[in-house]
Design a protein around this ligand. Structure first.
Ligand code: ZN
Length: 241
């Protein structure tokens, strides 16, 4: 009983229950001055809309890209100020991360939060709730942070896409280890191919998807498995995020 109520109010959205051919593409860790505009062109060409979970520090650096994403009818969500793992912060640090990012996104930002690395515990979920955020995770990963070819990313996406899917991709990725942004060409090409291969699918924003069926909410608790923490070490800091 308690779990059911908790899941209803504090559950994390992973997908939507629907039989319609509709899904949501989401792009994390941007904006990026080169890859995000290229992605916008691809989406526009296919008449698709998407959701961009932006890192506040990057949004502050590229306000013209943020404005363009909003102008084209996409949804912008909060991905924290500089991408720390939330369970490792104090409550006030977490709320500051959310507020700081929101202040940069201003009225282009929706009250949607995607936790950095997907890391979440009960306390961090409550902080998002206190500030009025719905938390959005995903049902499909294409591991596009690895050095995959466009074929590999496309194959994963086309094998897994279902009605109501929420797909996680990245329009920017900063690697602190070698202080550079990773090439996003494979992700962009895979998206282009997905949109070409599925003309009957409608790709919409997360708020639109949530209107098209019943959001599936899960009790999402992740605190950084060893593998994720390793990746975090190489992505964290660096001052670039
Ligand atoms: Zn991220």
């Amino acid at each position: 009983m308690f779990r059911r109520i908790a899941r209803r109010f504090l559950g994390t959205v992973t997908r939507v229950n629907t039989t319609a051919s509709v899904a949501a593409l989401t792009f994390d860790d941007g904006p990026h001055p080169e890859y995000t505009p290229r992605l916008l062109e691809i989406l526009e060409r296919h008449g698709a809309r998407a959701t961009f979970f932006m890192v506040g520090k990057r949004a502050e650096k590229y306000p013209e890209v943020v404005a363009e994403v909003a102008r084209r009818g996409h949804t912008i969500g909060n991905h924290s100020w500089n991408h720390p793992s939330f369970p490792r912060l104090t409550g006030s640090q977490r709320r500051q991360q959310l507020r700081h990012c929101a202040s940069v996104l201003a009225d282009t930002g929706a009250r949607l939060f995607r936790p950095p690395f997907g890391h979440q515990d009960t306390a961090s979920r409550l902080d998002a709730w206190i500030l009025g955020y719905d938390v959005i995770a995903w049902s499909i990963l294409a591991d596009d942070w690895l050095d995959h070819s466009p074929d590999q990313v496309f194959d994963t996406l086309s094998e897994r896409v279902r009605p109501g899917s929420i797909i996680l991709l990245h329009d920017a990725l900063f690697c602190a280890e070698n202080q550079k942004h990773l090439d996003r060409a494979a992700t962009l090409e895979a998206v282009d191919r997905l949109l070409t291969a599925y003309p009957s699918y409608e790709f919409v924003t997360v708020p639109e998807l949530m209107q098209r069926g019943r959001p599936v909410r899960q009790w999402w608790q992740r605190q950084g498995e060893a593998e994720w923490l390793d990746r975090q070490k190489s992505w964290e800091g660096g001052g670039e995020y």
